[in-house]
Design a protein around this ligand. Structure first.
Ligand code: HEM
Length: 484
């Protein structure tokens, strides 16, 4: 393709609309089919739309890499996500931008390096064992429900030193209500209209003076919250936000009263100091936003990836036998330490499950300035969606992309693949802060449960995906627990 001919975004190949509203389509099946179409595009970038707005999809790993990594400075995260998470974790690391994000990332990154996280290996094992203890031979369970309880409990223990499923459940129920609302409003025309209003008030304010300007500034500040979106005033949602606010504020107050001696991430957030800046600490409000962010980002994703891992293993006797053999090699000793070489196969299973079912399917960005991606110059304020799912199904990168094949992740088979052809944790400056945490938790929980029980599922039915905040198994993963 000629570079010169591609410089205008209007010359980019158009991807067909899914429905009247634009590219995505309202149902999970439509959204997945759309991303399968993206996976087979040879053009680096294609053009779609939401309502009348053009939106862009980088298709090749190289183009995705430009957006997320090499040209990341020319992008911000989608303002829509910030609006949606405003009441929940508005200024937390997932949604903040600019100087605040940089300071916070610097403060928090040391807590999420592999070495400081090793202390949580035993917590992960303990929580998984407690779940295994609660199961009975012949019992019917939903694996997705179990992995949610486990992941919520693990992050609850690591963050807040909460040691029971029940306490994590109370926070979890509130969180689920909030996430359901976020999910209902994700990538909807109402959200796009809200973001347009946000932009319009900002640009009009720049061009006016006096009381009109002050009014527009107030309107802009108001539009940063989702006050016009459907369901935002629902009493159940307001109550859920209140529960999260109050419980976490209480936990912060408890720690301050007790002298910040506890060994949990919340205490570490409260005592963290900017290493090469002013040495300043976070405000309590900032800590609350970060704590909710970590609680949200840290459990639903891991739980989903674990549920699919068990599902895929239950359908593949050979892979299951290899994972079980690895778990059994620990003998009677509990898996209390993180020894990656002893969980190499479970790690490959977990990685392959996230290839087939990336918990976060797509990451939205917006251009801050005109920027060239894949040979086309995208104008400032363009919406760009990097489909993680589409990258994971590119047939020229992954042979038989629909096949579950954990050995794809053997080092010799991985060599030569473009870095951005596998993106479950994103890439570039905004890549997942909790990646090492999740990559320990997945294999430890898998091995701990597989040592104790076999999970039989009905192999004649294929479980479909449900595009909730993450790519969940629709209807869960019903299974019968069998003694080994
Ligand atoms: C299998 C599990 C997980 C998956 C698939 C996952 C995926 C992701 C992805 C794709 C992003 C990047 C979003 C973007 O670029 O727009 C992200 C960011 C983030 N994740 Fe995770 N995540 C997982 C687990 C965790 C855990 C366990 C934690 C914390 C305990 C966590 C905390 C975060 C935070 C704070 C960010 C925002 C980072 C920033 O913008 O600086 N995640 N995650």
């Amino acid at each position: 393709m000629l570079r010169g001919a591609m410089s205008s975004p209007t010359a980019l190949p158009r991807i067909p609309d899914n429905d009247l509203l634009g590219s995505f389509g309202p149902s999970t099946a439509q959204r997945l089919a759309f991303q399968r179409t993206l996976a087979t595009q040879s053009a680096p970038v294609v053009r779609g739309r939401i309502l009348h707005l053009p939106v862009y999809f980088p298709c090749t790993p190289e183009a995705a890499h430009e957006v997320l990594v090499t040209k990341a400075k020319s992008f911000e995260k989608s303002p829509g996500l910030r609006v949606l998470l405003h009441d929940l974790a508005g200024d937390g690391l997932f949604t903040s931008e600019g100087a605040l994000w940089r300071t916070q990332r610097k403060l928090m990154a040391p807590l999420f390096q592999p070495a400081p996280l090793h202390r949580y290996a035993d917590t992960m094992r303990r929580v998984a064992e407690r779940a295994a203890d609660s199961m009975r031979d012949g019992g019917r369970i939903d694996i997705a429900h179990e992995t949610t309880r486990i992941a919520m409990s693990v992050v609850g223990a690591a963050l807040f030193d909460i040691d029971t499923f029940d306490e994590a459940d109370a926070l979890g129920a509130a969180l689920t209500t909030c996430l359901a609302w976020v999910n209902d409003n994700l990538a909807t025309p109402a959200l796009v209209a809200h973001v347009l209003m946000l932009d319009a008030t900002a640009s009009l304010a720049e061009r006016t003076q006096g009381p009109v300007r002050a009014w527009l500034h107030r309107a802009h500040a108001k539009a940063s919250s989702p006050f016009l979106l459907p369901g935002v005033r629902d009493p159940k949602l307001r109550e859920a936000v209140r529960v999260l606010d109050e419980r976490i504020a209480q936990m912060i107050a408890d720690r301050r009263r007790q002298g910040l001696t506890r060994d949990d991430l919340l205490t570490r957030l409260l005592t963290a100091r900017d290493p090469d800046g002013s040495g300043a600490a976070m405000s309590d409000a900032q800590v609350r936003h970060e704590a909710v962010t970590l609680f949200v980002a840290g459990h639903e994703t891991t739980a989903t990836a674990l549920a699919w891992s068990f599902y895929l293993l239950a359908r593949d006797p050979e892979a299951l036998a290899r994972a079980v053999a690895e778990a059994d090699a620990f003998g009677d000793a509990p898996i209390t330490r993180w020894e990656p070489e002893r969980l190499a196969y479970c790690t490959r299973v977990f990685r392959e499950a996230m290839r087939l079912y990336p918990p976060i399917m797509m990451v939205p960005r917006r251009t801050l300035e005109p920027v060239e991606i894949g040979g086309a110059t995208l104008p400032a304020r363009s919406l760009v969606f990097v489909s993680i799912y589409a990258q994971h199904y590119r047939p020229e990168v992954y042979e038989s992309p629909d096949r579950f094949d954990p050995d794809r992740w053997l080092p010799e088979r991985e060599a030569g693949r473009h870095k951005s052809s596998y993106l479950p944790f994103g890439a570039g400056p905004r890549f997942c802060l909790g990646m090492h945490f999740a990559m320990m938790e997945g294999p430890i929980v898998l091995a701990t449960l597989l040592r104790r029980w076999r999970f039989d599922i009905d192999r004649s039915t294929t479980i479909r995906e449900d595009n909730f905040a993450t790519l969940r198994p629709l209807g869960g993963v019903p299974a019968v627990v069998r003694a080994r």
